[in-house]
Design a protein around this ligand. Structure first.
Ligand code: AMP
Length: 552
């Protein structure tokens, strides 16, 4: 497939607002792609370049993009920046700039989809001191051969935000439809393989094998997630449940085959080198090949330390030893997904738990079986007394569902409700904060789009504002007056007093009294609150049900 055709498909999809129509269009394209193109197309159409399990990153920021485009159209970086500021969209601006250049250039080489992918692979592979130069060279080559429309989508692909509204769910449905399969089968295979591209290929070549796909060591799967809820609700629905402490640490997934151990963060980045203590604790505790799910917690004098201590260690790449002396991390393992070649995700939690206790000699998180409210209340109080965040209530016969935030796991913790929101823009501050961003525009996700729900400026100390400025200064895509558009890459946890409907923001909602709590460094933007769950919280609030309050 020519890249131009891919760009035309994107343009067409951008003009369609109905999800079903979009699914139909994409499903019509998939069968005519060859085996090499199919997985690439499937990832590209979601705005992704590599499989979700892959640690590879393009590492292209807005500045590199400006420089590459400036070189190709023969202008200055500032001109490109201004064009992007004027449109508020890197894709449209690049398209416009390339259109002007097209009138004067004679020769371009057709780009095809596979070639673009290979070039992006080269970009990701560029490492070391000269990496920026190498990435720039590849980007120049691509833009140099791109027609204006191709430029629009190349720019957006490099920023990994295609803005056409094809989210993972829609692409999954398109794959099922294209190859006439049950969508649950596709979803299940996707959960285990963590790459819709490869799932699409299997769906065409060998659909029967989709039902028995396995989790592969060293290809991390997405973490199973929890919804806020109450113990009473879970007891009412299930009779008996498993209750565990909710540790205030950072999630990890541990993979071990023989002597090789690797640890992945919640964002599925490899963090083995930062966490040698967790790796050795777990390697010593089992001789089996395993994939384990757990929480890394920081401990001092037997009491848990707050999350910030843990995340500092996850980030740490240098002087890990001296940091280890200061902050000791210990694993609390609560699930097992793989044992000696066998995938366990479809076994019920109760069975996985028994296996976990058999194969892991230490570090298994405590679990209590509870069938009455008084018992649950006692564990909840105990959890808080021990310094934990609250409890997790899990359904005993539930499978492990990677990436799903369902009601099979429910988190119960006291205190104010918070939302995890994507930061998509900012506004320059005033007075002594004039050289920093003073407020931040926040968004929920909906089918691959990010829709604003409000701004936050309260709750941020001057010191944090300075840190946030360093975090965001290279992520500015466009400027307009005092406002900037940011590459969406950071998640804020934000408190609020109420969710309101509002015509002022694209999401249709606004937050009353938003308050900054912290940067969720462990979360990526695709883990931000969804529009659907925001609407659900709004509904619960209207019905007077607090959703994460004390166990009733
Ligand atoms: P939240 O980040 O508020 O959505 O809460 C879910 C997170 O709690 C998980 O992603 C884990 O990192 C963490 N957690 C702590 N203890 C447990 C536990 N026993 N079971 C599952 N998750 C836990």
């Amino acid at each position: 497939m020519q890249f131009l055709e891919f760009a035309r498909i994107c343009e067409q999809l951008e003009g369609i607002s109905g999800r079903l129509d979009m699914i139909e269009q994409v499903s019509a394209v998939l069968p005519r792609l060859d085996d090499e193109e199919l997985p690439i197309f499937v990832r590209f159409i979601m705005g992704r370049v590599f499989p979700d399990w892959s640690p590879r990153k393009l590492g292209v920021g807005p500045n590199l993009l400006y420089d590459a485009v400036a070189y190709v159209v023969g202008t200055k970086r500032e001109t490109v920046r201004e064009a992007i500021n004027a449109t508020g969209d890197a894709g449209i601006a690049v398209e416009g700039l390339l259109a002007k250049k097209e009138q004067t250039s004679f020769f371009i080489q057709e780009l095809d989809l596979i070639e673009v992918y290979r070039e992006l692979e080269r970009m990701a592979a560029a490492g070391g001191q000269r990496s920026q130069r190498e990435k720039l060279r590849v980007a120049q080559g691509l833009f140099g051969n791109a027609r204006p429309l191709e430029g629009r989508y190349l720019a957006r692909l490099m920023l990994e935000e295609l803005r056409i509204g094809m989210g993972e769910g829609s692409v999954r449905d398109a794959v099922a439809r294209a190859f006439d399969l049950d969508v649950r089968l596709v979803e299940h295979a996707h959960q285990a393989m963590n790459d819709l591209g490869e799932v699409a290929l299997l769906a065409r070549r060998d659909p029967a094998s989709l039902s028995c796909v396995t989790i592969e060591p060293f290809r991390p799967v997405k973490m199973m997630l929890a919804q806020a809820g109450t113990v009473a609700g879970q007891l009412g629905d299930h009779g008996e449940v498993a209750v565990e402490y909710k540790y205030d640490g950072s999630r990890f997934q541990f993979h071990k085959v023989g002597d090789i151990c690797r640890i992945y963060s919640r964002r599925l980045e490899e963090v083995t080198e930062s966490l040698p203590d967790i790796a050795s604790h777990l390697a010593e505790a089992t001789g089996h090949d395993v994939i384990l799910d757990g929480e890394a917690v920081a401990v001092r004098d037997g009491r848990p330390m707050p999350f910030q201590y843990v995340i500092r260690r996850f980030r740490r790449k240098h002087q890990v030893d001296s940091m280890m002396e200061k902050i000791e991390l210990v694993p609390r393992v609560f699930d097992i997904l793989y044992l000696d070649g066998e995938t366990l995700m479809d076994r019920p939690l109760s069975e996985r738990r028994t296996i976990l206790e058999e194969v892991l000699g230490a570090h298994v998180a405590e679990q209590f079986r509870v069938d009455n409210a008084a018992g649950a209340e006692a564990i909840y109080t105990e959890a808080l007394n021990l310094g934990h965040e609250g409890v997790m209530v899990k359904v005993l016969d539930s499978p492990y569902t990677p990436g799903v935030r369902g009601r099979l796991w429910v988190k119960v913790k006291p205190g104010v409700e918070t939302l995890d929101l994507a930061v998509v823009g900012a506004e320059w501050g005033e007075g002594r904060r004039a050289k920093m961003f003073g407020s931040f525009l926040l968004a929920v996700q909906d089918q691959g789009r990010l829709l604003p729900v409000g701004k936050v400026a309260t709750g941020i100390t001057d010191e944090t504002l300075a840190d946030l400025y360093s975090l965001f200064k290279d992520k500015v895509i466009a400027r307009s007056g005092k406002e900037v558009t940011l590459e969406p890459d950071v998640v804020f946890e934000v408190g609020y007093s109420e969710i309101q409907t509002s015509p002022n923001y694209e999401s249709g909602y606004a937050l009353r009294f938003p308050r900054f709590v912290q940067v969720r460094e462990d979360k990526s933007v695709d883990e931000a609150e969804t529009l659907d769950s925001l609407a659900e919280r709004y509904g619960q609030q209207k019905n007077g049900q607090g959703s994460g309050s004390l166990p009733a």
